[in-house]
Design a protein around this ligand. Structure first.
Ligand SMILES: C[S@@+](CC[C@H](N)C(=O)[O-])C[C@H]1O[C@@H](n2cnc3c(N)ncnc32)[C@H](O)[C@@H]1O
Length: 261
């Protein structure tokens, strides 16, 4: 890695640490407007289905996000493992068919559950881990929780909490590649990016197009992007679906431009 890249990566790590500190302070006394989102469309319009259905190839059989995930992961029924990064996950995983997941986890900065919620989660084999999901320690703790298991479903949508996470493509790639390593064969990832600066968006789009093209049949990648405001520095977000198939690379394809195989 060249000096310049290393420097910007180090800055991004530092900026995230500061953001996490601010978020913990804020979250301890305040509540997020969007919280404990479910899987299915609901009255608040902020479910995973709402945000990710358009990046999922729904058809006559796979009519909604829940069906899509449960049918795609049907060979793991009863043994599936799921993680929500940046969310308690209690409501999200409750929206799946009972017993579909063997165990599930939510990774958050502050655990806001009351005692009733905690015991309801325990019955569902759902745990909440209080860690910074972008840190090495957070990652190690998730791996500890997983033990020998791999993850079948990784979901993340942090909304406002990711507003100040840097959009440096190398930094985002680094985090995504960590989670990718934990994903089982045929596993599914649904990821909402932080707001992304315009030139970073171009780099990330190039990478997505190349990855889709170069790994066709091995990695199923689809995404949508949305402009927040072309006038402001922070340009847009990406909603990404990534699925590993047989023969998928062990490591997430490198962030490179203009290299169509
Ligand atoms: C706006 S809420 C969204 C919650 C849920 N994902 C949803 O969509 O309803 C943001 C969540 O992200 C969590 N969060 C923010 N930064 C995080 C980090 N670095 N690591 C783990 N969780 C984080 C917060 O603790 C909070 O639970």
């Amino acid at each position: 890695m060249n000096k310049e890249k290393f420097g910007s990566l180090r800055n991004a790590v530092q900026k995230t640490r500061e953001t996490v500190k601010d978020n913990v302070n804020w979250e301890t006394g305040n509540n997020w407007g969007i919280y404990e989102s479910g899987l299915n469309r609901d009255e608040r319009g902020d479910s995973y289905a709402e945000l990710f259905s358009s990046v999922v190839p729904l058809d006559a059989k796979l009519t909604n996000l829940k069906k899509y995930i449960e049918i795609k992961l049907k060979s793991h029924k009863g043994q599936a493992v799921g993680i929500e990064v940046g969310g308690q996950g209690s409501r999200l995983f409750r929206d799946f068919s009972p017993g579909f997941f063997e165990k599930t986890l939510g990774v958050v900065l502050v655990d806001k559950r009351d005692e009733d919620q905690k015991s309801a989660d325990e019955k569902m084999k759902h745990s909440v881990l209080v860690e910074d999901a972008f840190s090495s320690k957070g990652y190690r703790e998730v791996k500890k929780w997983l033990g020998e298991s791999k993850v079948n479903l990784i979901c993340e949508k942090m909304h406002g909490a990711s507003y100040d996470i840097p959009s440096d493509p190398d930094y985002l790639w680094l985090n995504l590649s960590r989670w990718y390593r934990l994903l089982d064969n045929h596993g599914i990832m649904l990821i909402q990016s932080p707001p992304i600066k315009k030139h970073d968006m171009e780099t990330l789009m190039d990478w997505l197009v190349l990855t889709k093209h170069n790994f066709q049949g091995f990695l199923d990648v689809d995404w949508r992007s949305e402009t927040i405001s072309p006038k402001i520095n922070r340009f847009g977000r990406i909603w990404l679906r990534l699925e590993k198939h047989d023969g998928a690379p062990k490591e997430l394809p490198k962030l490179e431009r203009n290299k169509i195989n």
